[in-house]
Design a protein around this ligand. Structure first.
Ligand code: MRU
Length: 351
């Protein structure tokens, strides 16, 4: 049933016949289920409930949400249509606060919509731009992969955390895109995927995606990161990001900071792979909102309760890794290294 998941023609999120089709990631790895939406409110719900997740994938989903909103609108003037889009933008934006790609995708569509002269032109511009963003996401990941592959050697064992793969993007992946490109360049690599509690994007999605693609991948509990590094099982790390600020502070899945700290302790290079759309030059690290999720994700695994009733829970979905723990930030425009305040803005100048 999951046979074609990494088939290059298959996308995590796609625009088809004026509908949005996406893989329901909450069902993986047990079932490959596609869901089809024609209402932007359904897209908002899909983002909130992690049917679609991963920063670039939710950026493109937000854009597709606005493409549905132009089709749903009953507006008879350009101003009414922009105001309907503005309402939809607010609803989509309110779903998840940490990944900057969501706001980026929505903003890009709103800007293009405002350049349209008529209702018909706005509809055409919004839909074609959203589709283009999805296509470009794949190209960007491939360029990023190529840039990153130079940092990895034959016979490396690479640790990754969470899922920054095809499933977190439109296709190919960011961190896993770098791993794919390294293999495509002829190097033999092994991967260690962390389980990524509480909702196991590492075991449910990364291990599944890489195994399906024929990689030598082993799964470790999050608690075995130190063991794996101390015992020489890992020699490089690559993860994705939800937001990178201009000082080089990286916001990514909870636990990333622990992995980076252990990597530093053991002298293991720790890389972050992300597109420029994940870089936020405006917000300061201390102002980034960390999404707090429901306690039931921690007090149980699936339907099985694993904690006493009425226990207090702290469940942040993301954490911040400071720049001194990061060996390089791999993007489609090159690899930024410390001092990041100088190297990150330069990425935006490169053609
Ligand atoms: O809560 P999630 O599953 O959306 O978190 C995803 C991550 O933290 C990824 O590492 C990040 O979005 C990069 S995806 C290319």
């Amino acid at each position: 049933m999951t046979e074609n998941l990494i088939d290059s023609s298959l996308r995590t999120v796609e625009w088809k016949n004026n509908k949005v089709v996406m893989i329901d990631q909450t069902k993986l790895p047990n079932e490959l289920v596609f869901v089809e939406y024609d209402d932007f409110n359904q897209i908002a719900n899909a983002i909130k409930t992690l049917i679609v997740r991963g920063a670039p994938a939710i950026g493109v989903s937000g854009a597709f949400g606005l493409a549905l909103a132009v089709l749903q609108s009953k507006a008879t003037t350009k101003d009414e249509l922009i105001s309907d889009l503005e309402e939809a933008r607010k609803i989509l934006f309110a779903t998840r606060p940490t990944a900057v790609n969501l706001g980026w995708g929505l903003e890009k569509i709103m800007t293009i919509a405002k350049t349209g002269d008529s209702i018909e032109q706005i509809k055409e511009l919004v839909i074609s731009t959203a589709k283009k963003m999805a296509d470009e996401d794949i190209e960007i990941n491939k360029a990023m992969g190529k840039n990153g592959s130079a940092l990895f050697d034959d016979n490396d064992t690479i640790m990754t955390h969470c899922n920054a793969g095809a499933l977190a993007t439109v296709a190919y992946g960011t961190a896993l895109g770098v791993i794919r490109a390294t293999r495509e360049s002829g190097k033999n690599v092994k991967v260690i995927a962390t389980e990524t509690r509480p909702i196991q994007q590492g075991s449910r999605l990364t291990a599944f995606e890489l195994k399906h693609d024929g990689f030598d991948v082993s799964l470790v509990p999050d608690t075995a990161v130190g063991y794996s590094m101390a015992n020489g099982l890992v020699n490089k790390v690559v993860v994705g990001a939800d937001r990178i600020v201009k000082t080089g502070h990286v916001f990514n899945k909870i636990g990333t900071y622990q992995v980076a700290t252990m990597a530093k302790q053991h002298g293991i290079p720790f890389y972050v792979a992300a597109p420029l759309s994940t870089i936020d030059l405006e917000t300061k690290a201390e102002d980034v909102i960390i999404e707090m999720r429901k306690g039931s994700e921690v007090t149980g695994i699936g339907d099985k309760k694993t904690a006493p009733d009425d226990i207090g829970v702290i469940n942040p979905a993301f954490d911040m890794t400071p720049p001194e723990l990061i060996s390089g930030i791999i993007t489609e425009k090159g690899v930024a290294t410390a001092p990041y305040e100088e190297s990150i803005p330069k990425l935006f100048e490169a053609n």
